[in-house]
Design a protein around this ligand. Structure first.
Ligand SMILES: [Zn+2]
Length: 349
């Protein structure tokens, strides 16, 4: 560690639990973060400031004005430019700490690419907004034998748990057994969405702080200090809870290793949280966005705008966003059939 790093991380080194040895380990370590919204931006900010050696950030979405109230890394310029969150996060994080290697990947974690995108990291961090992706991460973490940190927020409520396959309960032990002490709480983000309930930046901040600190313990090699409990909090009522979740010895995932989320075919359509939109990601192909923009402008699409990463246009009453890998988000419908027909009509079947 050079003099500048010793100065930069001095307050963390002074903290007993980490020390210079722990800091060296953090700087040599890496993590992968899936999803870069309210939780993800806060976790990424904390870890990059803490000096993590390498952070991969995977996100499929772009920055919008309605994100800025809680998604701590982004600004109005990012929203105006409709930058992909992974790209905007990478840019801002590089300015915060040039010593941390940050890699933003614009894309969706699916059964087809999960092992490739998540493999090779000592911890996987949950910044997602849906249980489909979380259960896929849970399968991948069991298959890879690495810990992952589950985290979710909705309204003023948040929940997090550090999952170590083979050691602790996994997400399926928690939600598939159906008789845990926390009732519906563990399903935060499952039944209800941020679209219906809203979400407070403070709830995300509290949960992200716990998640990032758990990650630091793993990176610093302090596994014995991991919390080991399901932590939940409601920042509005002020109620905090910590409960032990037992492993289910008959768990389909971590017990019987039936990793069907990982082996299953990718879902062709996903209705996204927080919006009246459908995502189509079944067509993994490279698109020339400039050429596509000209073609769309010549037909019935209006307000065609593109940057290096994506193209947006209005096809009244819908708004379509197309990414360079062929993925598209159709806003204005919850019906996959409608989204599919728009995609086929303007981008080809
Ligand atoms: Zn399990």
């Amino acid at each position: 560690m050079n003099a500048e790093d010793r100065e930069k991380y001095s307050r963390q080194i002074l903290f007993d639990g980490i020390g210079e040895d722990g800091q060296e380990r953090i700087m040599a370590a890496s993590a992968v973060l899936v999803g870069c919204g309210a939780l993800g931006t806060a976790v990424a900010g904390l870890l990059v400031r803490a000096g993590i050696g390498r952070l991969r950030i995977i996100d499929r979405d772009f920055v919008e004005l309605s994100n800025l109230q809680r998604q701590a890394l982004f600004d109005e310029k990012d929203a105006r430019e409709a930058l992909p969150k992974a790209i905007a996060a990478e840019r801002h994080l590089r300015e915060i700490n040039t010593g941390a290697g940050v890699e933003g990947i614009v894309g969706d974690v699916t059964p087809k690419n999960a092992m490739e995108l998540l493999g090779g990291f000592p911890v996987i961090l949950d910044g997602t907004d849906n249980f489909e992706t979380r259960l896929l991460i849970n399968d991948a973490a069991i298959s890879l034998g690495v810990p992952w940190i589950y985290a979710a927020v909705i309204g003023s409520y948040g929940v997090t748990m550090t999952i170590r396959p083979g050691e602790t309960a996994c997400l399926a032990c928690l939600i598939e057994s159906g008789d845990h002490a926390n009732g519906n709480g563990a399903h935060a983000g499952n039944e209800a969405t941020c679209d219906m309930m809203g979400v407070l930046g403070g709830a995300a901040g509290v949960v992200a702080a716990i998640e990032a600190t758990e990650a630091l313990k793993i990176l610093a090699g302090k596994l014995e200090k991991l919390n080991g409990k399901l932590v939940s909090c409601d920042v509005w009522s002020g109620k905090f809870q910590s409960i032990r979740v037992p492993r289910n010895p008959d768990c389909r995932r971590c017990g019987r290793r039936e990793l069907t989320y990982l082996s299953g075919d990718a879902q062709p359509h996903i209705t996204m949280c927080g919006r009246d939109s459908v995502q189509i990601h079944e067509r993994n192909r490279r698109l020339d966005l400039k050429e596509l923009g000209q073609r769309l402008a010549a037909v019935s699409a209006s307000d065609v705008r593109n940057n290096d990463f994506l193209l947006r246009c209005t096809i009244a009453p819908y708004e379509m966003t197309v990414f360079a890998d062929g993925r598209a988000i159709i806003k204005g419908t919850k019906d996959p059939a409608v989204a599919r027909s728009i995609y086929a009509r303007y981008l080809g079947a």
